[in-house]
Design a protein around this ligand. Structure first.
Ligand code: ATP
Length: 361
């Protein structure tokens, strides 16, 4: 078992504002007391017992830390330190203050393919490095591609959230069902042995969306989306791809390939003529083609709305779960009391909670 620093994180860092939230905790800005340097602190709640449903398994955090420790690349969020207390593990990571790449792009009036490629190239460089270390991210999506700062015209891209990442060990198969339906590869849905190629499928989906503002496999329900992915149901319709170059479509087509072995690797992508043009004509074609900004803005607004909706739903679920846990504990206690108090026969959770609330007020 990995051992993290047992000092109190607040002795060394001043805890600041909330920057974002995930399933198991918050990310907050922190300031190192000794140097004044600004970092981000990812505060992860840890599951306390085998029966508990709240928080993350310690093993999962250990895996995320191990992956981040193995990755030192300019386009990947850097890990500085890890602290542990009874209920929480805190990852001190590089502060990435430029927001999400997609939000930055959605603010623009227009964007040529050449400009869009500058961002894609940075993501691909990070992914290529990660894959060279035999690590797959398995959750590449717009929410996990951020910018170091948004004040420069050409900001630096940073890949974040290695909570689903996996380090491959030679000779060991890896299967996972995790991910976000819109972005996951068919082999993930089919529960087949996975490789780093699954990330390349997600890169294909991200590129498709970036150029058209359409999500290639999105259905009305998650089930329909997954069916579309497995059935490879996608097209480049004229309405959304009228400003897109043939080279860009070729690039996407070589990523959205069902057979993992036939899919382009990140290294292949960096050498594809759309990313690395060889002739003047290819350069000119990229400059003349642009992303479908009107539709991209619509896609991004809808995406942000969905994220807020999911966050509210997650909070509601958590509240219900906490209520359930408290009620179960209370029920147990009440049951014990009932043995000596035969008059008290009411054991329904709601009423127990009501009693508990009224007794504590
Ligand atoms: P999820 O439940 O989606 O897997 P998570 O708990 O693993 O999330 P992250 O996705 O890593 O958490 O972070 C949650 C949010 O916090 C991000 O969407 C982002 O807005 C913000 N964030 C994460 N890392 C940083 C960072 N290094 N600097 C600034 N903000 C960050």
């Amino acid at each position: 078992m990995a051992v993290f620093k047992l000092e109190n994180v607040e002795d060394l860092y001043e805890i600041g504002e909330v920057l974002g939230s995930g399933h198991f905790g918050q990310v907050r800005e922190v300031r190192e007391r000794a140097s004044g340097a600004r970092w981000a602190g990812k505060f992860l709640k840890i599951r306390r017992g085998a029966g508990s449903r709240l928080g993350m398994e310690r093993k999962s955090v250990e895996r995320e830390v191990e992956v981040l420790q193995a990755l030192q690349h300019y386009n990947i969020m850097a890990l500085r330190d890890v602290f542990e207390s009874r209920a929480e593990i805190v990852l001190i990571v590089e502060l990435i203050s430029g927001g999400e790449l997609f939000d930055f792009i959605a603010e623009k009036e227009s964007l040529t393919e050449t400009e869009a490629i500058e961002f894609l190239k940075q993501i691909l460089q990070g992914v290529s490095y990660m894959h060279s270390k035999h690590i797959g991210h398995f959750d590449l999506k717009p929410e996990n591609v951020m910018l170091l700062s948004n004040t420069l015209p050409n900001p630096d891209v940073k890949i974040i959230d290695f909570g689903m990442a996996h380090r491959f060990i030679q000779g060991e198969e890896y299967r996972s069902m995790g991910g976000t339906p819109q972005y996951i590869a068919p082999e993930v849905i089919n529960y087949e042995p996975l490789g780093t190629a699954a990330d390349m499928w997600s890169m294909g989906v991200i590129t498709y969306i970036l150029l058209s503002g359409l999500s290639p496999f999105q259905g009305y329900t998650d089930e329909e989306t997954l069916r579309n992915v497995v059935g490879m149901v996608y097209e480049f319709d004229d309405q959304h791809f009228s400003q897109t170059s043939a080279m860009a479509k070729d690039f996407i087509q070589k990523l959205l390939v069902k057979d993992q072995k036939e899919r382009m690797t990140a290294e292949d992508c960096l050498l594809h003529p759309w990313i690395k043009p060889l002739t003047r004509t290819q350069i000119a074609k990229r400059n003349r083609s642009s992303i479908n900004m009107k539709n991209f803005k619509k896609f991004n607004a809808k995406r942000k709305w969905k994220m807020s909706y999911n966050m509210v739903s997650a909070c509601n679920r958590l509240c219900r779960l906490q209520l359930h846990c408290k009620t179960s504990a209370l029920q147990e206690q009440e049951m014990r009391q009932c043995e000596s108090d035969q008059e008290d026969t009411e054991t329904k959770p709601a009423s127990l909670l009501r009693r508990r609330l009224s007794s504590s007020s």
